[in-house]
Design a binder for this molecule. Sequence first.
Ligand code: FES
Length: 186
Amino acid sequence: MAGKSAALAQPDLSGLGGLLDSLAPEPATPVNSILIPVLQAVQERYGWLPREALERVSRRFRIPLSRIYGVVTFYAQFYLEPRGKHTVRVCRGTACHVRGASSVLSTVEQVLGVADGETTPDLLFSIETVACLGTCFLAPVMMIDENYYGKLDAAKVRKVFKEYKKGQRARKEPAGRKKYSRTVEQ
Ligand code: FES
């Protein structure tokens, strides 16, 4: 998924060698069978898959880089650009569409200043659209990380982000101050 507005800052890959060593398969294991778990582990460590990391995976496990890119670009779970700390998923399924999903998405894009598929320059949020979040009764719905926000309109979307950003600040403040609580909004 692209993140046009996010800077392509390269992460420190100094720990990658050790990670790849820990993922080395038993001698008889077909190397192709470990490719996806290896890519998942690398992405979990760095948040995305920098080219240099993929080149090192290629060398370490003797898998052609072209095959690795084939896998990475096939599966939506892999990211070739930095991701925001929080993923915002806006549902565009039928139930949400008829109840105003377009307005929800455009408000999210307005509030965050980036479009669907992009990441904010501060690497805080990435926006995605999905076919159905499985909570059609709450349409229109979005998720931020694991939290659902339902029956949205533009005003409610703005409020959610206002509180989310307030929560971000609260987390940075000393203990004892009010902290953001994870809720299911309806
Ligand atoms: S269509 Fe949006 S949650 Fe199902």
